[in-house]
Design a protein. Structure first.
Length: 133
């Protein structure tokens, strides 16, 4: 698998993971708000799993899992797994955009550290010849 394909597929995997978690958070939040008076666990569970956000979350996470399996077939885990850290980077911005969460200076610093770490791991694996491209 070429490096461009690997990075492209991993961006899609991370995007699916992030969108799945955002949709799941929305589904769980709406069930809590819509059902404040109903304490039945079965009723609350049904409210969550029957929502379009929950179904979207499950589809998104399934796509991420299938693509992740494809990546693992075609590259080494030690190369592919660090790219999953991109999901942490994307999550900061997605949570801000869709959930209204604040982006703090510490979160920005964390994003920078993660990006530097991904680059270092990528350069290290290239220097050792670990990439099967």
């Amino acid at each position: 698998m070429s490096r461009v394909w690997l990075i492209g597929i991993m961006v899609i995997v991370c995007s699916c993971l992030v969108s799945g978690q955002i949709l799941l958070k929305i589904a769980l939040g709406r069930a809590r708000i819509e059902n404040e008076t109903e304490n039945s666990l079965i009723h609350r569970t049904w409210l969550v799993i029957s929502s379009k956000h929950f179904i979207g979350a499950m589809i998104s996470l399934l796509v991420a899992s299938l693509l992740w399996a494809y990546v693992l077939i075609h590259t080494e885990l030690s190369i592919a797994y660090p790219l999953n850290a991109l999901s942490f980077v994307l999550m900061v911005f997605a949570a801000h955009r869709f959930l209204g969460e604040r982006i703090t200076l510490l979160k920005v610093a964390g994003v920078i550290v993660i990006c530097i770490g991904i680059c270092i791991l990528g350069l290290g694996s290239e220097a050792r010849g670990d990439c099967r491209l």
